[in-house]
Every structure is written in C-alpha cells, then in structure tokens.
Write a protein that binds this ligand. Structure first.
Ligand code: COA
Length: 258
C-alpha cells in the first residue's frame, strides 16, 4: 500500500525485516491523525505476511517524534479521539516482534507507540515524555495505562501530571528501554536485537508475545493456565522437536516456523 501520511515503509524480504519510519523531520516527525489508522492497518496486514519476521519502528533523522499533530485534534470528533488508543496498540496486537528505535524527542503518541512495542532501544540523546496536560489534554493512546504498569504509578504521575521529561539514563534505570547507547551506535544495537530474534523459532516467539501480552493483567491462576496451554500447543510443532533434537546433537537449531 502507498499513500501513507507522515511515514514510509521499507521492507527487506531477504532479511525479513520491515522498517516503519516516521518521516517528516521538519515537523519533528509529528504523527498526522490519518497516519494512526494507516499504521494500525499496516500492522494488521503483517499478521498474514510470512515474508516479514521482525518490525522496526523509528523516526527519520535525529528524533523519533514530537507527538501527534496538535492542530489536527480539533478536526477529529470526540468519538474518533476515543478510538486512538486502539490504533496505537497495533504493534502490541501484531504477532511479530516489534523494536522501537528511539532518538531525540519521543513525546506524546511517540512514547505511547513505543510503549506498545516489544523492545525499546534508545540513543543517549533520547527524551521521553507525555506533555499532553500542557495542552489541556491527557495522553489518550494508552500512555497513562502502559506507562504506569511499566514504571509504577508514582513515576507515571510525575511524567503525566508534572510533564517530567525522562532522560535516556532514567528510562534505562526505570526499565522503560532495554539499552542506551550513543546515537552512532544505535543501528548496531538494533542489528544485535534482530540477530538475537532471527535465531529463534518464529512460532515460539509469537506464542511468547501472545502469552506475555494477553495475560499481563489477568489473575495469576488464569495466566499460569494459559501459559501451560500455550506451552502444550507448541509441543506439537516441528520447531519444538527441532529445538530439543538440536540441543541433544549439540548443534544450532534450524527453525522453520512450523
Ligand atoms: N504537532 C504538530 N507540529 C509539531 C509538533 C506536534 N506535536 N511538534 C513540533 N511540531 C512542529 C512545530 O510546529 C514546528 O513547525 P514550524 O516550523 O512550521 O513552526 C516544527 O515542528 C519544529 O518544532 P519547534 O517547536 O519549532 O521546535 P523546538 O526545537 O523549538 O521545540 C519541542 C521542540 C518538541 C519542545 C516542541 O516542538 C513541542 O513542544 N512540540 C509539541 C510536543 C507535544 O506537546 N507533544 C504531544 C502532542 S499531543
């Protein structure tokens, strides 16, 4: 699909990596309202796209994004705004691993989008924040909920209600990002995450993501039951058998995603 507004998509079928780049650097990669639905649609389509194994979400140039297109919110109906969270949760629903590659400003919907990804790696110049209350709004794409669950209610209130900007160092200390490196090394870190994921069974990764996301807020007893069922389901796959056999033969496994 072409005609994306405010972002572009580059796919490398040889490596199975698809990169989504917010690409309006003159406007600090602000996310147009239309882009949200387009991004959700794109992530949904990836489910049946076997050539894509891993997705990277990033911004062109020195920033991820300064957030949603502020003026455009006045063109949306209250009902449209109330659905924004569904669109920005698309990386979470996508069965493939999604890596957020963060630089510079990572504000508003930028942080919310990153929170819906599986892995977040950042350059040391990254600044994360949810400044919406300064506009008379609140973070409306999952930010209040995912941030609080990830870093705790107290820290989330500091960010949402005082507009505290989170430095890359604090983001690392809070567990909000998994790695922080100088900007020049960011691609190398992303490559390393990709290399780690490429060695693994896509089936097992898909199931792990599903279990981790879906039972995150379920009671422990339900979570454990679903985990057990998912584990049992994998037992009948070729990748499970291959993993066990390769270990026994002291060789790297060759997973086929079946
Ligand atoms: N929506 C729409 N346009 C935006 C934007 C956003 N979220 N963030 C930046 N821009 C635009 C600016 O309007 C400006 O456009 P112009 O050159 O046509 O005037 C351009 O991007 C550069 O931004 P500018 O504000 O001049 O850069 P700065 O370095 O002085 O400040 C920020 C950077 C990030 C502090 C500032 O742009 C800002 O506060 N942005 C909004 C952050 C926000 O509230 N995000 C949540 C939105 S819900």
């Amino acid at each position: 699909m072409s005609g994306y507004e405010g972002f572009r998509v580059d796919r490398d079928d040889a490596s199975g990596v698809l990169t989504v780049t917010l690409d309006d650097p003159a406007k600090l990669n602000r996310v147009p309202l239309a882009a949200r639905g387009q991004l959700a649609q794109l992530f949904a389509e990836l489910e049946g796209d076997d050539a894509v194994r891993i997705v990277i979400l990033t911004g062109e140039g020195e920033n991820f994004t300064a957030g949603g297109d502020i003026a455009a919110f006045m063109d949306a109906t209250p009902e449209q705004l109330s659905r924004l969270a569904w669109n920005i949760a698309a990386p979470e629903r996508c069965p493939k691993p999604v890596i957020a590659r963060l630089r510079g400003y990572c504000l508003g919907v930028g942080l919310e989008f990153a929170l819906a990804c599986d892995f977040r790696v950042a350059a040391d110049d990254a600044q994360l924040g949810l400044p919406e209350v300064g506009l008379g709004m609140i973070p409306g794409s999952g930010g209040t909920q995912r941030l609080a669950r990830l870093v705790g209610l107290g820290r989330a209130k500091d960010v949402v209600m005082r507009r505290r900007r989170i430095s890359a160092a604090d983001a690392l200390a809070w567990g909000l990002v998994s790695e922080v490196v100088p900007a020049a090394e960011l691609d190398r870190v992303v490559e390393r995450v990709i290399a780690d994921l490429e060695q693994l069974s896509p089936l097992a990764l898909r199931m792990a993501k599903r279990v981790l996301n879906h039972v995150y807020d379920a009671p422990l007893s339900i979570g454990l039951e679903l985990e057990g069922l998912a584990y049992g389901l994998l037992r009948s796959t070729g990748d499970f058998a291959e993993g066990v056999q390769a270990f026994g033969e002291k060789r790297p496994p060759k997973f086929e995603g079946r």
